[in-house]
Design a protein around this ligand. Structure first.
Ligand SMILES: [Fe+2]
Ligand SMILES: [Fe+2]
Length: 236
């Protein structure tokens, strides 16, 4: 027969185990909910179709008859930009998921919603040109989401540092596309010019929020990944 002290001890242990299991169940539920929310966000980004009549830069410019070769090239460039915006959504969502601070999370989700406009504009212009979005988008979404989540684990200065560097690289390749497309296709050009102005502002905002300069090696890896993304998205 158990002594009163032993019974109390066993009851205490059982109570602790029960409380621990309840906590673990709550954490698991929270984790599953977070994963489902992120899957939903990812699927929405990858399957989103924008209204062709929605207001956008360049919509009042007359469309021009591009040569077949020129049209295919422009489709390739706009597909790269569309994939770039898919990456921006994923990066911000990954960062927001792992952000420790609620204010930072809200700021990142707001930035992601601004990038949604860019995504819409590129998709609508691709439709107009008879092009398709890249089949590699799910891969790049996953890559950028993980990158954003890992960056956020290192704290806000590193996380914002990734935004600064990403926006700088995007702004730089937009400049190349702007020069390439030029005034011969103003409907595409106006979209890229507005995007470039917005990306510069996003980068400055992230710097003001405390984004640090990333190590050169990290920047080089980001550049290399961006080159692969551009190579693939231009083609398929
Ligand atoms: Fe953007
Ligand atoms: Fe941006």
């Amino acid at each position: 027969m158990s002594q009163p002290n032993e019974t109390a001890f066993l009851e205490f242990i059982l109570y602790r185990i029960g409380a621990k299991m309840a906590r673990m169940r709550k954490q698991l539920q929270h984790g599953i909910d977070a994963i489902l929310v992120e899957l939903d966000r990812g699927l929405k980004t990858l399957s989103h179709r924008s209204d062709a009549n929605a207001k956008r830069p360049g919509s009042t410019e007359a469309d021009v008859n591009l040569s077949d070769e020129r049209k295919q090239h422009t489709i390739g460039l706009m597909r790269i930009n569309h994939t770039g915006e898919v990456c921006a959504q994923a990066l911000y969502n990954g960062q927001a998921m792992m952000a420790k601070d609620e204010k930072t999370r809200a700021h990142l989700l707001e930035a992601a919603s601004e990038e949604q406009d860019h995504l819409n504009w590129c998709q609508v212009r691709l439709d107009e040109l008879g092009g398709k979005t890249s089949i590699s988008n799910p891969l790049w979404y996953a890559h950028s989401f993980v990158l954003g989540a890992v960056a956020a684990k290192f704290g806000d200065p590193v996380s914002y540092g990734f935004v600064v560097e990403t926006e700088r690289q995007v702004e730089s390749h937009l400049q190349e596309h702007i020069e390439d497309i030029g005034e011969s296709d103003k409907r595409s050009l106006r979209i890229l010019q507005q995007m470039q102005a917005d990306e510069i502002r996003h980068g400055e905002n992230a710097k003001q929020a405390g984004g640090i300069e990333l190590p050169q090696t990290v920047k080089n890896i980001m550049t290399a990944m961006s080159k692969i993304m551009k190579f693939v998205s231009y083609r398929v």
